[in-house]
Design a protein around this ligand. Sequence first.
Ligand code: PLP
Length: 431
Amino acid sequence: MTTTAQSIDQSILDTIRAADPQVADIIAAERDRQEHTIELIASENHASPSVTVAAGTCMTNKYAEGYPGRRYYGGCAHHDSVEQLARDRAKELFNCKFANVQPHSGAQANTAAFMAMMEPGDTFLSLVLKDGGHLSHGMHLNFSGIFYKPVHYALHYDTDHPHHEHIDYDSVLEAAKEHKPKMILCGYSAYPRQIDFKRFREIADEVGATLMADISHIAGLVAAGEHPSPFPHAHIVTTTTHKSLRGPRGGLIMTNDEELNKLINRNVFPGVQGGPLMHIITAKAIAFGEALKPEFKSYQQQVITNAQTLADALTSHGFRITSGGTDNHLMLVSLVEKDPDLTGKDAEKWLEDAGLITNKNGIPDDPRSPMITSGIRLGTPATTTRGFKQPEMKRIADWINQIIESKGDESTIASVRQQVITLCRQYPLAH
Ligand SMILES: *Cc1c(COP(=O)(O)O)cnc(C)c1O
């Protein structure tokens, strides 16, 4: 937001432009898109200038296969320092004993975690994908569904029950007793409620399974103490670093168990990866340092307040928020109650034309396919980074309502687009 920060970004762009104007134009266009649209995708954020700049430094030039102090290449002294720093900060942030900061992404962190906890062909229990799970939790085309045997639990379905569309822990226990999985997996991509990690561990203990928590979405909330921690309940915790945690795109695996830690390390490298992305690990160290600051806690509190404000405002416009609301940074908006013919696909397109960036998302028990859907998913990490508070959330809800009620009317979309640009100019992004 400062002039200095903006000039850093400009000088990077100038450097690229001098060498490759074609790519510079693409980056400039993307910067302009981010600057003048409102990012409501729950898994996205705006990393700080120091994080994005660090990811573009000379730290990329090194092969550092292995781990600090045990590398396969010479010249790794500074890479050892930065990886050790990233690990130490991750451990402090999540209050755990061991951290592996090398996974290139969340899915790769999960691959290594699965390999550490199971043999190929073993059974694991996870939330069914259509209820808010992730591809890497057993989808048939993913490694997790190809090399392992997924069985699933579902959400609680009973419109009269206060826990309608919440995790049904009794059914988790039932499924665990029936299938005797080697591992139970919790943590989701589209679940707006708190996860009871303690309860999951009790269920895992009851059937002799291990517990894995994938906190990819809620990692920032957990780090700030705004969502209960998976520690000490989960045996292995995986996460992305780029969602609510607001770091560079990447993954992270943590545990308190020394033996499991050895297995995790071996399965990340050489199990699923070669050389670590040292420029990204450098940026992770910076992001974890940011997350340890007191401002990060108030940021995450505002993320939740903003999500609840947005959910309430949409509810008062007649939209149904699945599960009746949100405890975290995201919500699933069912469009059916507003307009039975409206699909998530159309809503996403109309909103994008107005500069409101969302994603279509299946709602629990959605009769429509994942490419069409009956809902949209909204999240507040990115808008909160930008500085939006409750009044801006109410304006966003008004705009969404106007566009949906107009059934995608072009002049309504054009008018909202102008107002979105005006608001974005009042809250410039830090570059
Ligand atoms: C986003 C996400 C992932 C995967 O992260 P990538 O970095 O895209 O591979 C894994 N698990 C959950 C629950 C997620 O939401």
